[in-house]
Design a protein around this ligand. Structure first.
Ligand code: AMP
Ligand code: GLY
Length: 423
């Protein structure tokens, strides 16, 4: 089979790597990819949003399957366009992807179907939003309705911080159209975790649990980001909780989308908080998580392509997981997520026995070197028999390299072991 992956980040690097390991696959293409992943896929210089070109490429190259990584092309309707062109795709239609594209839509769906989530209000108007806010206890969470690359959420610890977030989103329209509408949401206390499921029609197959670290700095300080590191397995979330989340959240959400005429195919990602009343939803995504995918796929023994083909044929796939723990540490440009500072030169790091490197914000430099382009630059995934060993391997790799102009959190998976990595 020839498989095309759409996207350019670490998630797509991990997907290409895993897909290429399938005996069913003869060629992996990635559009546009990045030069850090040229060892695992052929880079196709087409933008994720250029639907015509992508359809033409897939038809011209006889692509057997397309896997779409990021949310924007899903919300643009890339899956619909590819299907119209007769191409098999794993990903949701534009209509189904709205579960990620509008937080107000997702909240409304959950309320109508009794799916546990935080209390909330939705507002266009600043004055009405402010009035509602005045009634709410602090902390409180303010979210831009639309896509904002994980950065449109403010967990306000003070009333003035919350008011400022409303001003910035509704009056200054910091995220453009995406913040013309906001969700004001109850702050939920508890352990946060990501539960993704592979979905097609009525089949909802959970992946293993991952924990992401959304804040930029150690100790969960600083602004929200797209994710600064992740690990799996997550021992504090047992299988009973996963079963409960499947029954109360993922399955009913898939059914709700179906009854609304928006049947979902692809990866449904639930961002959950384990409250004293059980798991509750803080967000849905319509795709694989980044960096969750980079720590999950090295744990998946089964052939991802076989799994996807079975699902698309309406058959329940069996997933087997290896005994490895994986800790993934994101290395980002100084200033991320607020400002973009490109320009750090990097070697093309090679994978080692228990260390995987997945690139995101890099471009080609002279002599085969890479140069950072800003944002999240790469992820180092340490693997081991235990989370502690995996963590030591990830940080053991990082301390050997000078990474001027870049930074990473020193506490990914830290609190599980209740020990800080001080180096
Ligand atoms: P989101 O993009 O909606 O997942 O929000 C980004 C991050 O903000 C989440 O990963 C949580 O850490 C935090 N967050 C979002 N909503 C809530 C909430 N209702 N209560 C507590 N924390 C939240
Ligand atoms: N890591 C969070 C996300 O993929 O949205």
């Amino acid at each position: 089979m020839k498989v095309l992956v759409v996207g350019r980040g670490g998630r797509e690097h991990a997907l290409c790597d895993k897909i290429g390991s399938s005996p069913l696959v003869s060629e992996v293409y990635v559009a546009p990819g990045n030069p850090g992943m040229s060892g695992v896929a052929k880079l196709v210089p087409l933008n994720e949003r250029d639907q015509e070109e992508l359809v033409n490429f897939a038809q011209g190259q006889d692509i057997d399957l397309v896997v779409v990584g990021p949310e924007q092309p899903l919300l643009d309707g890339l899956v619909d366009r590819l299907q119209e062109g007769g191409i098999r795709v794993f990903g949701p239609s534009k209509e189904a992807a709205k579960i990620e594209g509008s937080k107000a839509f997702a909240k409304d769906l959950m309320t109508r179907h009794g799916i546990p989530t935080a209390h909330y209000g939705v507002f266009h108007d600043y004055n009405q939003a402010k009035q509602y806010l005045d009634q709410c206890p602090i902390p409180i969470v303010i979210k831009a309705d639309g896509l904002a690359a994980g950065k449109g959420v403010v967990v306000a610890q003070t009333r003035s911080e919350a008011e400022e977030a409303l001003e910035v989103m509704l009056l200054e329209e910091k995220f453009g159209k995406a913040s013309q509408q906001v969700v004001i949401e109850e702050f939920l206390e508890g352990e946060e975790f990501s539960l993704m499921a592979l979905v097609h029609d009525d089949l909802v197959i959970p992946l293993e649990v991952v924990q992401d670290h959304k804040r930029a700095y150690d100790g969960n300080q600083g602004p929200n980001t797209g994710g600064m590191g992740a690990y799996s397995p997550v021992p504090q979330i047992g299988s009973g909780i996963v079963d409960e989340a499947m029954t109360t959240i993922l399955q009913p959400t898939v059914q709700a989308l179906k009854t609304m005429g928006r049947p979902f195919t692809g990866v449904l990602y639930a961002g959950l908080i384990l409250t004293s009343e059980g798991p509750k939803v803080i967000e849905f995504n319509a795709r694989f998580g980044d960096p969750e995918t980079q720590v999950l796929l090295p744990r998946l023994e089964s052939d991802l392509i076989e799994i996807i083909l079975a699902l698309l044929a309406g058959k329940k796939p069996e997933l087997t997981w290896n005994e490895q723990a994986v800790v993934g540490v994101v290395v980002a440009s100084q200033g991320y997520p607020e400002i973009n500072v490109p320009g750090t030169l990097l070697p093309k790091f090679q994978n080692q026995d228990y260390v995987r490197i997945y690139y995101s914000g890099v471009a080609e430099h002279d002599e085969g070197q890479l140069v950072s382009t800003g944002g999240r630059v790469f992820l180092v995934g340490g693997m081991g028999k235990t989370l502690q060993q995996a963590q030591e391997r990830a940080y053991g790799f990082l301390v050997q390299h000078s990474l001027e102009g870049l930074f990473y959190r020193k506490d990914i998976a830290g609190h599980v072991m209740e020990r800080a990595v001080s180096k």
